[in-house]
Design a protein around this ligand. Structure first.
Ligand SMILES: *[C@@H]1O[C@H](CO)[C@@H](O)[C@H](O)[C@H]1NC(C)=O
Ligand SMILES: *[C@@H]1O[C@H](CO)[C@@H](O)[C@H](O)[C@H]1NC(C)=O
Ligand SMILES: *[C@@H]1O[C@H](CO)[C@@H](O)[C@H](O)[C@H]1NC(C)=O
Ligand SMILES: *[C@@H]1O[C@H](CO)[C@@H](O)[C@H](O)[C@H]1NC(C)=O
Ligand SMILES: *[C@@H]1O[C@H](CO)[C@@H](O)[C@H](O)[C@H]1NC(C)=O
Ligand SMILES: *[C@@H]1O[C@H](CO)[C@@H](O)[C@H](O)[C@H]1NC(C)=O
Length: 363
């Protein structure tokens, strides 16, 4: 085997070239195969991988509550001082463990309809106390149990994979009846998955019945989740901007008083969707909201890391592998020119609250 160093180098180069050529040929073939498999497996019909995970969520999903405990109710009432709040929590419930029900396929329109039953099981190990600590938390959970969300009708993706899981109708309608104009549209998926082959430039639209609106997330970062590369999509502050900053949001400004003539940002008045109860949604601790709202309340510490919403989506399949949806529910007691701590309710009993913070997480 008279092979000297040059010969070795040449062989090496040839093998390298052959590998490169094979690689060049194999890679597109592999991609095609993967693409074909994915296109088949993400379709929402009996027997696919997506369908199994869709009927019953594969991961554990928790709904966590924090209550803002007012420390100085007397002072506020008598002396109109600033409200001092202390956050108490989390109280954690396991949710989304029930299978979707009444699943009905429509092979002609390539849709599938269902209802999502709600259930909540208290998780003492992930909570700061027992659910008896606060009646509010228990009441919320009891009210949530034995209800269902829907009917949803979504596209199964069989004819067009770019539509898979996108909501066609919610409660048999394409609109909600809460907002004027295009703000009322039911857009995108329920955020549990998105049509496959997600690019960083895509805007992920989803509908959340918790906040009574469709919203969207944009690419934020690429990260590694236990060895799987995922795209983290985040809700941009622009989505909560005032109509002055982002004219697209004008139809979400429904109350000129609460919003200070639509100049305040970071608040969403969802009273129309809560039987007229003055419920205002914000991000926890009024993150990305007008600073004035926070000024009369002490004890709030908005933090991007802890209080923002994100979805970690595996880009090839479009499955959401991890997420945190975070929001704060604020109850306004009397109409006020602006959201003012004095307009917030002073608690008389445990179940009489001002604000509570929710987070729904899947890990
Ligand atoms: C209200 O303010 C007065 C004067 O500063 C003080 O004496 C009183 O204790 C305060 N009342 C309450 C309920 O804190
Ligand atoms: C499922 O369908 C049945 C029969 O149509 C109906 O009685 C039931 O209320 C539905 N369940 C839910 C949770 O909507
Ligand atoms: C909570 O209260 C209920 C009813 O009062 C009681 O049955 C239950 O044991 C209490 N749980 C805890 C952990 O204290
Ligand atoms: C909700 O229902 C489940 C199952 O029926 C039960 O285990 C759980 O304790 C209930 N949760 C509440 C808060 O009532
Ligand atoms: C819903 O989608 C349409 C078309 O993409 C868009 O014009 C509208 O602004 C969206 N509405 C919401 C509330 O996201
Ligand atoms: C909102 O605008 C109207 C009309 O321009 C004005 O009369 C009213 O005082 C404004 N309200 C607030 C809270 O700025």
């Amino acid at each position: 085997m008279g092979c000297d160093r040059n010969c070795g180098l040449i062989t090496g180069a040839v093998i390298g070239a052959v590998l490169a050529v094979f690689g060049g040929i194999l890679m597109p073939v592999g991609d095609l195969l993967i693409e074909k498999t994915i296109k088949k497996e993400v379709v929402l019909e009996e027997g696919t991988t997506a369908f199994k995970n869709w009927v019953k969520t594969g991961t554990e999903v928790y709904r966590q509550f924090w209550i803002f405990d007012v420390q100085n109710p007397e002072e506020v009432m008598v002396n109109s001082t600033n409200v001092k709040v202390k956050q108490v929590g989390p109280y954690t419930y396991r949710v989304r463990y029930l299978s979707k029900e009444n699943i009905t396929h429509d092979p002609l329109r390539n849709t599938v309809s269902f209802v999502q039953p709600n259930g909540a099981i208290f998780e003492p190990s992930l909570s700061v106390g027992s659910e008896n600590d606060t009646f509010t938390v228990l009441n919320l959970a009891v009210a949530y149990n034995d209800t269902a969300d829907g009917v949803y009708k979504v596209f199964n993706g069989k004819d067009d994979v770019s539509k898979v899981a996108i909501i066609d109708t919610y409660k048999d309608k394409r609109t909600l009846g809460y907002w004027p104009s295009y703000c009322d549209m039911v857009n995108g998926t329920d955020a549990a998955s998105f049509p496959p082959f997600v690019e960083k430039t895509r805007i992920l639209q989803f509908f959340s019945s918790d906040i009574c609106r469709s919203i969207y997330a944009v690419f934020g970062a690429e990260l590694d989740l236990k060895g799987i590369s995922v795209f983290r999509f985040i809700l941009p502050p622009k989505a909560f901007a005032s109509p002055i900053q982002n004219p697209e949001n004008h139809c979400f400004c429904t109350d000129p008083e609460i919003s200070n003539n639509c100049t305040f940002y970071g608040l969403l008045d969802i009273s129309k969707c809560k039987e007229g109860k003055p419920v205002i949604i914000s991000l926890p601790h009024f993150l990305h909201a007008t600073p004035e709202i926070r000024e009369t309340i002490e004890g709030l510490h908005p933090d991007e890391e802890e209080h923002s919403t994100f979805l970690d989506v595996e880009p090839i399949t479009g499955f959401t592998l991890q997420f945190a949806k975070r929001l704060q529910v604020n109850i306004l007691v009397k109409p006020s020119k602006k959201i003012d701590a004095k307009a917030l309710r002073c608690p008389k009993s445990d179940d009489d609250i001002n604000m509570e913070r929710h987070q729904v997480v899947a890990r």
